[in-house]
Ligand binder design. Structure first.
Ligand SMILES: NC(=O)C1=CN([C@@H]2O[C@H](COP(=O)(O)OP(=O)(O)OC[C@H]3O[C@@H](n4cnc5c(N)ncnc54)[C@H](O)[C@@H]3O)[C@@H](O)[C@H]2O)C=CC1
Ligand SMILES: CC(C)CC(=O)C(=O)O
Ligand SMILES: [Mg+2]
Length: 361
């Protein structure tokens, strides 16, 4: 298969982890006989430095014409002045909106070899397998903003149509899994959450085989840590999903481990680790590339429909998490390159041991 992939390394550790994921995709293309082309573009702080814009028109045009987009991270102290006229994060928000990728899938699994890093005891981690579906193009991140010397506002707005589409996506995903959906809101206080809850309740009638429950976000933050194995698919609005999934990453052992896929109605998906630009470790060659490499696996699965190839990457990551080497955030000493080398080696072994999984090309 031929595919055009736009890469947006961005800022901080973004270029380090993106380079690792691209190396894995290149190796995989060699093993399975695919032709992937990579077109690197600017986004975030580096784009502001080069063009004055966090999402240059050339970047957006390239993304819109691609089969898929792989992003590292944006932002950092250099561009974090609260009075700056333009911020790197606006580039990412603008890209998500322009691509219409309203459903952000963030899978959480806890690798047995990393269970000791989790704040939970082993028995509570048994069987943890949660798919978060975070609404990605609405809510407070996209509402009108105002600022005077002494007052600031961020409007949080949701339309029924915005809730319907992400709810349907979450129900459909639950139907393909353990058929349980937890919808998280703050319906005891927020009007947007009451609209969210009533819309999810109505969409539930289209999916009678899926068991749905509603949970307030504050108690959900607690339940996620005390009973994570209770959950199958969790759907929630933009801000709550952002926060709950970073919390969920602690269960897995590190923010550096979790991938994401952002999907809409169009063919182009956006794939990125859930972490940020990690300025505290940027440029040191120690960032964990696993979340970004697993995002590349999601890219193969969701945008290119290359399921066997996605599984090959996931198997290689599983092997490396099991046997090492481990990066510092998960208790090891390995650098980004060491982890990448081990993943490439595991991929070699997997691809040559499973030739029957090769696609037609
Ligand atoms: N999608 C994106 O591009 C995102 C960008 N950001 C931006 O990133 C900047 C830093 O934000 P923070 O709140 O510090 O969050 P962060 O996710 O960048 O880092 C939080 C902590 O996790 C660690 N960490 C993150 N990724 C890691 C990796 N791959 N390997 C090992 N350790 C890792 C960092 O070293 C840090 O200690 C900000 O400018 C923020 O706006 C934050 C979140 C998402
Ligand atoms: C715009 C991003 C910086 C928000 C975020 O933290 C995320 O999407 O994970
Ligand atoms: Mg976040």
């Amino acid at each position: 298969m031929k595919a055009r992939i736009v890469t947006l390394p961005g800022d901080g550790v973004g270029p380090e982890v993106t380079a690792a994921a691209v190396a894995v995709l290149q190796a995989l293309a060699g093993h399975y006989g695919h032709e992937f082309s990579f077109d690197e573009q600017l986004i975030g702080g580096c784009a502001i430095d080069a063009t004055g814009e966090p999402l240059p028109a050339a970047t957006l045009a390239a993304c819109q014409q691609a089969d898929a987009v792989l992003l590292g991270a944006v932002g950092g102290p250099k561009w974090s002045d609260p009075n700056a006229p333009v911020r790197p994060e606006q580039g990412l928000l603008g890209l998500r909106a322009a691509l219409g990728v309203y459903a952000n899938l963030r899978p959480l699994q806890v690798h047995p070899a990393l269970a000791d890093l989790s704040p939970l005891k082993n028995e509570r981690l048994q069987g943890v397998d949660v798919l978060f579906v975070r609404e990605l193009t609405g809510g407070a991140y996209f509402g009108a903003k105002t600022r005077t010397d002494d007052t600031a506002t961020d409007e949080c707005k949701y339309t029924v149509a915005e809730v319907e589409r992400v709810a349907r996506r979450a129900f459909a995903l639950a139907r393909g899994r353990r058929k349980q959906l937890t919808s998280v809101d703050k319906a005891n206080v927020l009007e947007t959450s009451r609209l969210w809850r009533s819309t999810v309740q109505r969409i539930a009638t289209e999916f009678p085989d899926v068991k749905v429950e509603h949970q307030l976000v504050d108690s959900m933050a607690m339940l996620l840590l005390s009973q994570p194995s209770r959950y199958d698919v969790v759907v929630t609005e933009n801000l709550f999903g952002d926060i709950l999934t970073d919390e969920a990453a602690a269960l897995a052992g590190s923010l550096g481990l979790l991938p994401s896929a952002s999907l809409g109605e169009s063919r182009v998906g956006l794939y990125e680790p859930i972490h940020g630009s990690a300025p505290d470790i940027a440029g040191k060659g120690v960032a964990n590339p696993v979340g970004t490499i697993l995002s590349a696996a999601l890219l193969l699965r969701h945008s290119l429909q290359l399921e066997a190839e996605a599984v090959a990457i996931e198997a290689a990551i599983d092997r490396v998490l099991n046997d090492g080497p481990h990066s510092r955030d998960i208790g090891g000493q390995a650098g980004t390159q060491d982890v990448l080398d081990a993943v490439l080696q595991a991929l070699d072994g997997y691809a040559s041991a499973a030739p029957s999984l090769r696609s037609a090309g």
